[in-house]
Design a protein around this ligand. Structure first.
Ligand code: ATP
Length: 184
């Protein structure tokens, strides 16, 4: 495949605020997984993707999540609720994902609010974060389930996008019953 045939960030129909954040990060070209996954994600397709570490997977799902939320907010009257849930196996990865999402939403942080509930803080300490109605929630399956059970978090039919980051780890960490309760 010739380099010139590779899709660029500005050819993906992304919001200017997202493009600006990408430019600030110094990214001139999408990585391979980003080039493949972003258009599919924007289209609302289900994606199962695998790529080696450091290949830019976080933005490969983060950019479509942010773009879809931005696009929907241009429609007046859309109810505000959690639109995307990003499941991570560990709080460390949750922090990394949160940081990447913060950077990508640097110019649209009011329209796309991201809450990381993967830390080990008390449920009651995290409750106010969820009461602010974030658009995107990042958390471990057990944390998300605990907040659902405590009714701090309501997903209902608002949930449009589900990301399982490091799915191989999540499915091997003894999260199975949490996941079942959470997703089915
Ligand atoms: N298009 C891009 N151009 C240049 N750098 C990028 C691009 N996309 C992501 N990066 C950078 O590459 C690094 C790795 O990205 P990321 O953490 O998303 O990879 P990953 O595939 O999720 O890795 P891991 O498996 O370790 O989580 C980050 O520092 C990120 O800022």
């Amino acid at each position: 495949e010739m380099a010139s045939e590779r899709l660029d960030f500005h050819e993906m129909g992304l919001d200017d605020r997202l493009l600006k954040a990408v430019a600030d990060l110094g990214w001139s070209k999408p990585t391979l997984i980003q080039e493949k996954a972003i258009p599919l994600g924007l289209d609302g397709k289900d994606i199962l993707a695998r790529a080696r570490t450091g290949s830019g997977k976080t933005a490969a799902y983060g950019i479509p999540v942010i773009q879809r939320i931005l696009a929907s907010k241009q429609v007046i009257g859309v109810t505000q609720d959690v639109r995307a849930l990003i499941l991570v196996p560990t709080k460390e990865l949750g922090q990394q994902v949160q940081l990447m999402m913060r950077q990508l939403t640097a110019y649209c942080s009011r329209d796309v609010r991201v809450a990381d509930i993967s830390s080990k803080a008390d449920l009651s300490t995290q409750r106010p974060i969820l009461m602010e109605k974030p658009d995107v929630v990042v958390g471990t399956p057990s944390r998300v389930l605990a907040h659902l059970n405590a009714q701090n978090l309501v997903l209902h039919s608002s949930l449009e996008m589900l990301v399982v980051d490091e799915a191989d780890l999540i499915f091997s960490f003894g999260f199975e019953s949490d996941l079942k309760n959470l997703l089915w």
